[in-house]
Write a protein that binds this ligand. Structure first.
Ligand SMILES: [Zn+2]
Length: 145
């Protein structure tokens, strides 16, 4: 009841201040179903001080929209930055894949070389001596056992 009297006083006397004025800014942020939004918008209908302040605030907000092109430029900049980052990641990913491919290839080359080395070792003079020794041992074992 107290508040209604205060509001009535505001409407009639065009008093310069209202205790609710500082809350009207929240109207832009609050969801419309919010209880305090409902309260505030109801209050705006009856309080001249607050409704005037809110109009002023809305005008200011609209005036601030003039600076939106600058914001858009920032967004463009951000988008191009994001694009570049994506490109960078693509290149990195590609490099990663190239690296993997190279590693696999080098691995195969290594195994290949090892195989060739192995075969080459089997055919070396040292190995032939070993085979010869093995054959001699085998024959000896066959003869004497
Ligand atoms: Zn008010």
């Amino acid at each position: 009841m107290d508040r209604s009297i205060q509001e009535l006083k505001n409407v009639n006397s065009f008093s310069k201040s209202c205790i609710h004025t500082k809350h009207i800014y929240s109207l832009l942020d609050l969801p419309r179903i919010d209880e305090s939004y409902k309260k505030m918008s109801k209050h705006l209908e009856t309080c001249v001080v607050c409704s005037k302040e809110f109009q002023r605030f809305q005008l200011k907000t609209e005036a601030a929209q003039v600076f939106i092109p600058k914001v858009l430029m920032d967004r463009d900049l951000r988008q191009s930055f994001e694009r570049e980052v994506v490109e960078l990641f693509k290149v990195m990913d590609l490099n990663d894949r190239e690296l993997l491919k190279r590693n696999v290839k080098e691995g195969f080359i290594f195994i290949d070389r090892m195989g060739i080395e192995f075969i080459r070792n089997l055919l070396s003079k040292t190995m032939f001596k070993a085979y010869f020794a093995a054959v001699i041992i085998f024959i000896c074992l066959k003869l004497f056992l």
